[in-house]
Design a protein around this ligand. Structure first.
Ligand code: NAP
Length: 460
């Protein structure tokens, strides 16, 4: 099956790319391995020249990169531009900080002296999703290339032009051949890459099903892996929240990237005394969004990434309704060219309804009314996922106490500004394991080596 570039705002295919032959794949892996042998010996300063240059080029060509993304997966142009600039920030962050993050740590043993040092491990294989076509790549390229590894990347089948653009970016920035390699490959070929002896680590961001498949394969081969998977984050509004502030974040948290974000607000858990007010304001705000071409700066509602994503989401909504949920807003496809879905709010989603444990990867919000803070925490934790979550309250100390009781990898109080280069990103439970970004993000694929030393004539 070829990789296809289809504009989801029109349904028209613009490009198609054939998967690599076995010989082409072998050649690319060999080049990545050969490059590693020299790249691992380069200094941090030498690596930083290339990574910082890539950041500079991204900024200079932000509009071109953003337009490719918008036309390939439908992200609204202002969001696409923001993602490009943020990707540049991530590259710069690691260009500047990698050496400090990986500096030797002095230990204090009973005998002699010791330190931990960090060294690269080799070629790392990354499988990435379409929803943040450049940010996801920057999140692995910044840390792992600065650490001295080389990368081979399988990007999602629906964003081949973004994948090619990012590979070209690194080449334009001066990357040697084999440093960063885009692979247009099938799932079977991905399995073979995981098994390949030259691959020393595996990172995947994507669905739970993909995570299970690739993580088990990596486990079988005893290779380190990190898994950034799905989420169904709770958005808790307590009775003392600033309601207008909470509703603004609710709209952004559910609708940013047309709802196709792993750590988007997906389950709105509202304390009873303010639930009616929240639902009324949230419904009004979502109703005001208007579908349009995502390339138009004025558009407030873009399409989903693909027709397949829309069909799946509609099927999930139908199953939820069959299971007893009520649709208080939307629920249907928008009748126009392209793959557009009405902003949707579901209520009365009870345990036993498939929706209760599902991830809705699009503009569908589930609304839950709870008695009090304790009930909100219990419901938030009644999930197979554990990626992020948020709590809204005027009392930040109370927010921190609630956040501490939620079983996720990330919590946000009075905001859901999920990602910063400095902040480790990731989850627990079915949301995966490992962290990307921040100091932790660069430690995933390095050898932490202990070295202990005593004087040559020290007694035994
Ligand atoms: P997906 O189907 O799992 O695709 C993600 C990537 O995995 C794509 O490159 C895909 O390739 C590949 N893939 C899927 N199954 C595979 C298999 N069996 N073997 C090898 N590769 C495989 O995910 P999606 O539904 O498109 O993306 C959205 C999911 O990603 C959501 O669940 C979302 O929450 C999650 N996500 C998580 C994070 C995070 O940081 N935690 C960030 C973004 C997204 P093909 O396209 O060729 O199938």
């Amino acid at each position: 099956m070829a990789y296809q570039s289809i504009n989801p705002a029109t349904g028209k295919q613009t490009e198609s790319f054939k998967e690599l032959t076995a010989a082409e794949l072998e050649s690319k892996l060999a080049k990545a391995e050969a490059c590693y042998k020299t790249w691992k010996r380069t200094s941090y300063a030498e690596r930083a020249v290339i990574i910082a240059k890539a950041a500079k080029l991204l900024r200079e060509q932000a509009d071109t990169f953003a337009t490719t993304m918008t036309k390939e997966m439908g992200k609204r142009i202002s969001e696409a531009r923001g993602e490009v600039l943020f990707s540049a920030d991530i590259l710069d962050y690691y260009a500047e900080k990698a050496e400090g993050f990986l500096a030797p740590d002095t230990l204090d043993p009973k005998m002699g002296e010791a330190h931990m040092e960090s060294s690269p491990i080799g070629v790392v294989f990354c499988v990435e999703p379409w929803n943040f076509p450049y940010y996801q790549l920057a999140r692995v390229a910044g840390p792992h290339l600065m650490a001295g590894n080389t990368l081979v990347i399988k990007h999602a089948g629906c964003v081949p032009q973004c994948a090619i653009a990012f590979e070209k970016l690194l080449l334009d920035a001066g990357a040697p051949e084999g440093l960063y390699t885009n692979l247009v490959i099938s799932h079977d070929q991905s399995n073979a890459v995981v098994d390949d002896v030259r691959i020393k680590g595996v990172a995947l961001t994507g669905s739970v099903a993909a995570g299970r498949s690739i993580a088990s394969r990596a486990g079988q081969a005893l290779k380190p892996s990190s898994m950034e998977l799905g989420g169904s984050d709770a958005f808790i509004v307590l009775e003392d929240a600033d309601m207008d502030h909470a509703v603004k974040w609710a709209v952004w948290g559910r609708m940013y990237n047309c709802g196709q974000t792993c750590c988007a607000a997906k389950r709105f858990i509202i304390v009873d005394s303010v639930a009616d007010e929240f639902l009324e304001k949230f419904t009004a705000a979502l109703s005001a969004l208007e579908a349009g071409d995502p390339i138009d700066e004025k558009t407030t509602l873009g399409p989903l990434s693909t027709e397949g994503a829309l069909v799946q989401l509609l099927a999930q909504v139908n199953a939820a309704v069959k299971g007893g949920a009520k649709v208080v807003l939307g629920g249907k496809r928008i009748e126009r060219a392209g793959s557009y879905m009405e902003p949707t709010i579901l209520t009365d989603v009870k345990p036993g309804n498939p929706a209760f444990r599902d991830e809705f990867f699009g503009p569908v919000a589930m609304f839950f009314r709870v008695k009090d803070e304790a009930a909100a925490i219990a419901l938030a934790n009644d999930s197979d996922f554990g990626l992020g979550g948020s709590v809204f309250t005027k009392d930040v100390e109370r927010g921190k106490r609630v956040a501490s009781q939620i079983e996720t990898g990330m919590m946000f109080i009075n905001n859901i500004s999920w990602s910063d280069a400095e902040l480790p990103f990731g989850g627990i439970k079915d949301s995966g394991y490992g962290r990307e970004l921040g100091d932790m993000g660069i430690q995933a694929f390095v050898n932490k080596k202990l070295v202990r030393y005593v004087k040559a004539d020290a007694p035994l």
